[in-house]
Design a protein around this ligand. Structure first.
Ligand code: UD1
Ligand code: CA
Length: 472
């Protein structure tokens, strides 16, 4: 019979503390690991258990913490951060019930898994005890509560209160507990009264419960999960482990990761099979990579979609879309609103913003293209620039199918270059160019048909150049 039919499960995530040892202006649980705020790991581990309600106790920077919580949890406010015991009391006030089991999870244990939570819960329920606490035997127990267990009573002493002998104990409290609701209510009431002055330790309630109705420990099986985060060194260690888990998962699904040590992929990213990720690559946010792509080396993509078979090297993408078979870089910068069509190319030292680049079109070298629409099969010569900003407003540039621009073409927006038009090198275009025409000069004027790539009178234009573009 599923647990829910026996008696309900509630969960409380403790996330109100400041995290003094982080030496941060931000609450500890807001620090991200692989792009995700720390508190959300505990919440994710609880989710498959489907507690009837999941309360998140917030306090320090409550609004900021609330802002990162998923809608499935209920924040409750602990007005003063006077200890973990008081934090659980706040959660209990919101729950009201007396029947059922309460899972309490410290918000700073991002590596605790759903499996461990489930096993702890099963053990707790089958043993019929009042409380169960997750523990681990560590070589270095510094900073953690030391655990002593004897005949159904668990006593935990915090490091700052421990005697020299107690400090030698290597069995530590991992800050994850299952409590029978009735027991924890009763015990906390006693502890809080005794403790009016100091900090209210949740761990003290454990001892009270043990004396009434048995408390037991449960040892975590995977030692990795014992990596709690109290300072920045712990944060880096947790990041290292979680980062490796994410990479392993991608490799299992058929992604080649050349150098896991230098590859950073956030939990939210998706990658198709046979894609190769080269060293020094960061894939973040809502980035989605298709199959058969090559990404990197030294590439940083945030919220960027890359379709099958595309190549992105030594480049930065922010909110961009790269079409199938397209090629980006080296050293390209794709900014929000960039959409590169199938088999298109944005090459070396190009910046593209809020621009549609049509199928097979090329922006191969040293260009800035912003607020533009480029049709299919166009080729922008090296140094082609859209002057999209007049100092006050942004203006649009339209470059139709098959347009060819010579090197150092300046397009003064708003402007439209008609289909298959051809612009000579160094043109400064401030008026629309009709389809099929050849134009050049400053300001550019039409001097013939684009089919005649060489001007009619004389073979060179005023600047002495031959309209030339750059090939690619
Ligand atoms: C606590 C345990 C310790 C255990 C360790 C594991 C107590 C008294 N001690 O110590 O035995 O080894 O966790 O990490 O519980 N919090 C609140 N409100 C508060 C205080 C804390 O919500 O008033 C939250 C924090 O945001 C944090 C969690 O509770 O997520 C643990 O608090 P923290 O101050 O880190 O406890 P420790 O001193 O590490
Ligand atoms: Ca802690």
């Amino acid at each position: 019979m599923p647990y829910e039919e026996i008696s309900p499960i509630f969960a409380a995530v403790l996330a109100a503390g400041k995290g003094t040892r982080m030496k941060s202006n931000r609450a500890k649980v807001l620090h991200t690991i692989c792009g995700v705020p720390m508190v959300n790991y505990a919440i994710a581990a609880l989710k498959p258990i489907e507690p009837q309600r999941t309360l998140v106790v917030v306090g320090h920077q409550a609004d900021e913490v609330k802002a990162v919580l998923p809608p499935t949890v209920e924040p409750v406010l602990q007005k003063q951060q006077i200890g973990t015991g008081d934090a659980v009391r706040v959660a209990l006030e919101a729950i009201e019930e007396d029947e059922g089991t309460l899972l309490v999870v410290n918000g700073d244990g991002p590596l605790i898994s759903y499996h461990t939570l489930t096993e702890l819960l099963e053990r707790h329920r089958s043993a019929g005890v009042g409380a169960t606490v997750l523990v681990a035997e560590l070589d270095n127990a510094t900073g953690l509560g030391r655990v002593m267990e004897d005949a159904g009573v668990v006593r935990i002493v915090e490091e700052r209160d421990a005697t020299e002998a107690e400090k030698q104990i290597r069995l530590v409290n991992l800050g994850l507990y299952a409590f029978e609701l009735e027991e924890i209510r009763r015990a906390l009431a006693l502890v809080l009264v005794e403790n009016i002055q100091g900090e209210f330790y949740l761990t003290d309630a454990l001892e009270v419960i043990g004396r009434r109705s048995r408390a037991v420990t449960y040892r975590v099986k995977n030692p990795e999960e014992a990596n709690l985060v109290n300072d920045r060194a712990h944060l880096a260690l947790a990041e290292e482990i979680l980062r490796r888990r994410i990479l392993d998962e991608h490799m299992r699904k058929g992604v080649t990761v050349r150098d896991p040590a230098s590859t950073h992929i956030e939990a939210s990213v998706e990658i198709g099979r046979d894609t190769v990720i080269l060293p020094g690559t960061f894939l973040r946010g809502e980035t989605r990579i298709g199959s058969d792509c090559v990404i990197g080396p030294s590439t940083d993509l945030l919220d960027t979609v890359v379709d099958d078979g595309a190549l992105v090297e030594h480049s930065v993408g922010r909110g961009a879309v790269v079409g199938a078979g397209a090629s980006v870089g080296p050293y390209a910068y794709l900014r929000p609103g960039t959409v590169l069509g199938e088999a298109s190319k944005v090459g070396a030292y190009c910046e593209v913003k809020n621009t549609w680049v049509g199928m097979g079109s090329k922006v191969p070298h040293l260009s800035y293209v912003g607020d533009a629409e480029i049709g299919e099969g166009a080729n922008l010569g090296a140094g082609t620039i859209t002057a999209n900003y007049d100092g006050e407003n942004k203006h649009h540039t339209t470059i139709a199918d098959g347009v060819f621009t010579g090197i150092n073409t300046n397009l003064i927006a708003p402007v439209t270059i008609g289909e298959n038009a051809y612009l000579g090198a160094g043109s400064v275009v401030n008026k629309d160019i009709p389809p099929g025409k050849l134009a050049m000069g400053m300001p550019a004027r039409v001097i013939g048909d684009a089919s005649k790539k060489v001007p009619e009178e004389g073979k060179r234009d005023r600047n002495g150049s031959r309209h030339g573009g750059t090939e690619e």
